[in-house]
Design a protein around this ligand. Structure first.
Ligand code: MN3
Length: 202
């Protein structure tokens, strides 16, 4: 079964002014579509063709550049679209908010840690909020299209929130102002989706 580019749950302009329509159009329709096609090409005819995307990440052969980069690109962007919403922003609530307070001290402290991870990732990569078995939360970052499900990458938990800090994610609207893009991301975070990821993986 070949992987498919997922539909967005919102229109390209729905996240404006925080993320512009043209960036969304190119990012989803060109970049993510490209990772999807190249992932399928890398899997074709191999014994990994029927694995789930999560299994592919957990068992990644890190020396297989085509599978690592395009499989990571496919997985990471699938999560990224889901954790954003035009109705997003604000603060988490319930058990996720309690876990954030427990593990970071406060929501503001979490926001600082996550923003720092995103701002200090040198070059292309991602910032992550991950949950470990047992429910402990941790922030980390990774380079290129790697993610913490892959062997030896980041904090090693399951990512439940991810922020793409490749220039293709923000350059049209923010140019070199990555910190402004990171701040704007907090206005569109879909905390219901992050809560679902927390519940499913804690
Ligand atoms: Mn991207």
């Amino acid at each position: 079964m070949a992987f498919e580019l997922p539909q967005l749950d919102y229109s390209h302009d729905a996240l404006e002014p925080h993320i512009d329509a043209r960036t969304m159009e190119i990012h989803h329709g060109k970049h993510h579509a490209g990772y999807t096609a190249k992932l399928n090409a890398a899997l074709e005819g191999t014994d990994k063709e029927n694995k789930s995307i999560k299994e592919l990440m957990l068992t990644m052969d890190m020396s297989n550049g085509a599978l690592r980069n395009n499989g990571g690109g496919y997985f990471n962007h699938c999560l990224f679209w889901k954790v954003m919403s035009p109705n997003g922003g604000g603060n988490p609530s319930g058990s996720l908010a309690e876990a954030i307070d427990r593990d970071f001290g406060s929501f503001e402290a979490f926001k600082t840690a996550f923003s720092n991870a995103a701002a200090t990732q040198f070059g292309s990569g991602w910032a992550w909020l991950c949950v470990h078995d047992g429910g402990k939360l941790e922030v980390c970052s990774s380079a290129n299209q790697d993610n913490p499900l892959m062997p030896g990458i980041g904090c090693g938990g399951t990512p439940i929130l991810g922020l793409d800090v490749w220039e293709h994610a923000y350059y049209l609207n923010y140019q070199n102002r990555r910190p402004d893009y990171i701040g704007a991301f907090f206005n569109v975070i879909n905390w219901d989706e992050v809560q679902s990821g927390f519940d499913a993986n804690k």
